[in-house]
Design a protein around this ligand. Structure first.
Ligand SMILES: *Cc1c(COP(=O)(O)O)cnc(C)c1O
Length: 394
């Protein structure tokens, strides 16, 4: 066997092999998967904007007016009016002086962290932060210190005993695999007292938390206070790409020093046009955010009624922890047979032994669909012995 074949075999043996599934048609509450209609409960298109007619038209119009591609990095040839306009709109929406677009959230996190923290400095990172934050810490030539999940006291003790100069505290706003929210006011207070900046990743919080979906920072009343707020256009904004909000000086620095901004082609006009339209819809139809929150509650309650233990989630990301990867994927397959597509999440995305089914709710699901999804996954779990049959008390 070749080296690569052996490595693939090992992944299969450990229940960690992943394969791609074919979806026909756009993202939506229901999709056709491998030829069958199923309920989709693993899309981050939280507000149903990826397939919104107005967003699609904006993408098409931007393609016709500005072209399919940006041509280069913006420092070379790429700054176009749509980039400027979207940045101004995002900065205003988030309550910041400036915003800077990146090709993706992965690029925004790696580029920003590596630009803001250097040799002799320390980045403090929550243990459950997204992989793109972890990789940003690896690329920054600063020391990385990992603190226990949402544990402010642990962070404080680490900040006190840091050997280098504290540079950055970085956290997800909503944690992507757990659906809980970071204690931002306390984190900001600690960062301030120790002379560090605070950076918050709002990939899942934009469109979901805070007034009008402005995010976790806005929900905590800290717009303009948290030093760096990163968000993406690929989730609730239904498009692709990402942005970093900060003061003018910091953004100017990132233009000069964030390597994925300097060395990667600017976001293509169609995705920029689509994101601008989606942001406009989010601002004019805040009821979508209310519907997302109400739907998330319906699903959490439905899963609790089936006997699944509620985790720390208070948001549209609702995991049920199973433990082993094989059992998790067995439940995923059974749920799919029952018409519910919810993704199993395994290491390295989550720590060893904490594999889980991770539901993500959309504003466009009907409440009855979410109740049905909870019932079907409950039945699937009983079929394979992961949940006991219901007692008379329910
Ligand atoms: C999805 C995600 C990213 C990456 O964003 P992309 O635009 O998909 O590259 C970064 N951080 C978090 C928390 C995410 O969930």
């Amino acid at each position: 066997m070749t080296d690569i074949a052996a490595r693939l075999e090992e992944l299969r043996e450990r229940g960690l092999y992943r394969r791609l599934r074919l979806i026909e048609g756009p993202q939506g509450p229901r999709v056709t998967l491998d030829g069958r209609e199923v309920l989709l409960l693993c899309s981050n298109d939280y507000l149903g904007l990826a397939a919104d007619r107005r967003v699609r038209e904006a993408a098409a119009e931007a393609a016709l007016r500005w072209g399919a591609g940006a041509g280069a990095s913006r420092l070379i040839s790429g700054t176009m009016a749509p980039h400027r306009e979207l940045e101004a709109a995002l900065a205003a929406f988030k309550g910041y002086d400036r915003a800077l677009l990146f090709g993706s959230g992965y690029l925004a996190n790696t580029g920003t962290i590596a630009a803001l923290a250097g040799p002799g400095e320390v980045v403090f990172s929550d243990e459950l932060n997204h992989a793109s934050i972890i990789d940003g810490c690896r690329l920054a030539r600063a020391e990385t210190v990992v603190y226990r999940h949402n544990d402010v006291e642990h962070l404080e003790s680490l900040l006190r005993s840091a050997t280098g100069k504290p540079a950055l505290v970085v956290t997800d706003g909503i944690f992507s695999m757990d659906g809980d929210v970071a204690p931002l006011a306390e984190l900001l207070d600690l960062a301030r007292r120790h002379g560090a900046r605070l950076m918050v990743d709002e990939a899942h919080a934009t469109g979901a938390l805070g007034p009008g979906g402005r995010g976790s920072v806005s929900a905590a009343g800290l717009s303009g206070e948290v030093d760096v707020v990163m968000g993406t256009m690929g989730k609730a904004l239904g498009s692709y790409g990402a942005y970093v909000c900060a003061n003018a000086e910091t953004v100017d620095y990132l233009v000069n020093r964030a390597r994925p901004f300097v060395f990667s082609t600017a976001p293509a006009p169609p995705i920029v046009g689509a994101a601008r339209a989606a942001l406009g819809i989010l601002e004019s139809e805040p009821e979508r955010v209310d519907r997302l929150r109400a739907n998330a509650r319906v699903l959490r309650e439905g899963l609790a009624a089936e006997g699944f233990l509620g985790g720390a989630s208070t948001t549209q990301i609702v995991p049920i922890e199973i433990g082993e990867a094989e059992a998790t994927m067995a439940l995923c397959e059974r749920a799919l047979e029952r018409g519910v597509f919810v993704q199993g999440i395994r290491p390295p995305t989550v720590p060893e032994g904490s594999s889980r089914l991770r539901f993500t709710v959309m504003a466009t699901h009907g409440p009855e669909e979410l109740c049905r999804a909870a019932r079907e996954v409950g039945a699937a779990a009983r079929e394979i012995g992961l949940l006991k049959a219901p007692t008379l008390a329910g």
